[in-house]
Design a protein around this ligand. Structure first.
Ligand SMILES: [Zn+2]
Length: 95
């Protein structure tokens, strides 16, 4: 290969890498846009114990009502019917 051919091949590789990186970032942006839309149109709903989103993830009602913060609740290993908030230490029992 001549120097020019090598140079052209290298440029092409760089271009391909750039293209795939752009594609990767565009996919990430699309995923984030979808997430934003979901957050806009799917506010949390109260089920009598905790707030839940459309995907049925539980959120702390105390943190949401007082600070407007969406704190995802965790289930402690010992109590199967209990949710635990890491932010305010509150416990919520399932109905
Ligand atoms: Zn909380």
């Amino acid at each position: 290969m001549t120097d020019l051919t090598i140079q052209m091949a290298q440029t092409q590789t760089i271009e391909t890498t750039k293209e795939s990186k752009i594609q990767e970032l565009e996919n990430k942006i699309k995923a984030l846009e979808t997430e934003i839309e979901e957050l806009k149109y799917n506010p949390l709903s109260y089920d009598g114990t905790v707030y839940r989103d459309k995907k049925d993830h539980p959120y702390c009602p105390t943190c949401y009502d007082t600070h407007g913060q969406k704190v995802h609740l965790h289930k402690p290993i010992s109590g199967r019917n209990c949710y635990y908030c890491q932010a305010c230490n509150a416990k919520y029992f399932e109905k």
